[in-house]
Ligand binder design. Structure first.
Ligand SMILES: Nc1ncnc2c1ncn2[C@@H]1O[C@H](COP(=O)(O)OP(=O)(O)O)[C@@H](O)[C@H]1O
Ligand SMILES: CC(=O)OP(=O)(O)O
Ligand SMILES: [Mg+2]
Length: 401
């Protein structure tokens, strides 16, 4: 039986799904969470049961090795070569990759070379690809880019208002990220509404450890909150989101610990966001415990987080000139009832009203009132199935070579 593995490396997690293709049957799935943090965990789910254990996971490469051990351990595969296709999420494709590609050594080098466009992700994505090339050298290996879906943005949205030379010669522009997720949930929303995607204006809120908001008009991304790198836009687990760039030289001049622009960017990427303000954790679940205990920094971090989400969502009502639906997805969007409630209640002027009885844990689908002008939906994202489908396309192509 041919099996395909979809690998979704986030900044703090590695999610995977093992499929029987082309049936898209999920044989098993799992997640390595809190990679690089204390109390990292592995969960494997199959046959309706979840097997979770706490285990130290220092990086994504180690997660790949553990994953293959687990597949054998749980008898999900007998030998590695049953897996004939592996698809990898790669966050940044830059101007080079506008669609999924077959991984070659050159492609791998190119993915590494544009790591400055996604410093928390591309190195982890490349590490995952490399680990699999060694473990499964005969499998069809495909890279699926987060930036691909956003290549439909108009120039007016993706260009920065700086001299043209920096776009023409250095490709400095907005690329966005989480595209596979924004694409998936917008298609699912159209099915949910039972309307053609082409007729819908949607705002999609992918809120995980990394978070981004997109404006989707007729199924095409026309704007998104992340920028040149996934540091832009809303506040995140460890990332500041949008900042006034003048802070960078100011900090270099005034804080002896920060010597270069890179030091400050590292600070904004790794030590900021919910983690930096709460001084508790980057993880929303930890933040909730701290807030319940009355921790003032944790409460402020939460308020800032909601504030930034509201501002970007409000912006996109403007970009789209109105919207039919707001979609919540990803770790926080799917699971955090209070974040959804606070965001929607804070934007009620736009014609959104939440139905508290529907806005509960584990809900999927509509959470707004029947009279809400803008429908609010929770749609679990599934970047993995899109990745597996792309692997399937390449398997078919390579079968004819
Ligand atoms: N039940 C939950 N309630 C609140 N937040 C949750 C829950 N489960 C996961 N999260 C949050 O989701 C975030 C991780 O989202 P995820 O989409 O998995 O991130 P990434 O893909 O960027 O690693 C973390 O902040 C985590 O605390
Ligand atoms: C691009 C990005 O931030 O991804 P993630 O949310 O998976 O960290
Ligand atoms: Mg993610």
């Amino acid at each position: 039986m041919e099996k395909t593995l979809a690998i979704n490396s986030g900044s703090s997690s590695l999610k995977w799904q093992l499929y029987e293709m082309p049936e898209e049957k999920v044989i098993a799935k799992g997640i390595f969470e809190r990679i690089g943090l204390e109390r990292s965990m592995s969960t494997v789910k199959f046959d309706g049961e979840a097997h979770t254990r706490e285990i130290d996971i220092i990086d994504h490469r180690q997660a790949v090795l553990l994953l293959m051990d687990e597949l054998i351990h749980f008898h999900l595969i007998k030998e590695f070569r049953e897996i004939t296709g592996v698809g990898h999420r790669v966050v940044a494709g830059g101007e080079r990759f506008k669609e999924s590609v077959l991984v070659t050594q050159t492609v791998l080098e190119e993915i590494k070379a544009i790591s400055n466009l996604a410093p928390l992700h591309n190195p982890a994505n490349a590490a995952g690809i490399e680990a699999f090339l060694k473990l499964l050298p005969d499998a069809v290996s495909v890279a699926v880019f987060d930036t691909a879906f956003h290549t439909t943005m108009p120039q007016a949205a993706y260009r920065y208002p700086i001299p043209n030379k920096y776009y023409n010669e250095f490709s400095v522009r907005k690329y966005g990220a989480h595209g596979t997720s924004h694409m998936y949930v917008s298609r699912e929303a159209a099915q949910y509404f039972d309307k053609p995607l082409e007729s819908l204006k949607l705002i999609t809120a992918h809120i995980g450890n990394g978070a981004s908001i997109s404006a989707i008009d007729g199924g095409k991304s026309i704007d998104t909150s992340m920028g040149f790198t996934p540091l832009g836009g809303v506040m995140m687990g460890t990332r500041s989101g949008e900042m006034d760039p003048s802070v960078i030289p100011f900090l270099i001049e005034n804080d002896p610990e920060l010597k270069t622009a890179q030091d400050v960017i590292d600070l904004f990427n790794h030590q900021s966001g919910i983690k930096g303000v709460s001084e508790v954790s980057s993880d929303m679940r930890d933040l909730e415990i701290a807030r319940d205990q009355g921790d003032k920094n944790a409460i402020l971090a939460y308020e800032m987080f909601v504030d930034r989400l509201k501002k970007y969502i409000a912006q996109y009502f403007g970009v789209l000139n109105g919207a039919d639906g707001l979609i919540f997805t990803a770790g926080i969007g799917e699971n955090d009832r209070k974040v959804r409630e606070d965001v929607v209640n804070g934007l009620s002027w736009f014609g959104m009203e939440i139905l508290p009885e529907r806005n509960v844990r584990g809900v999927v689908g509509e959470i707004s009132t029947p009279t809400s002008r803008v429908k609010v939906l929770v749609i679990p994202t599934d970047e993995e199935v899109i990745i597996a489908r792309d692997v399937e396309k390449f398997k078919k192509k390579t079968a004819f070579l």
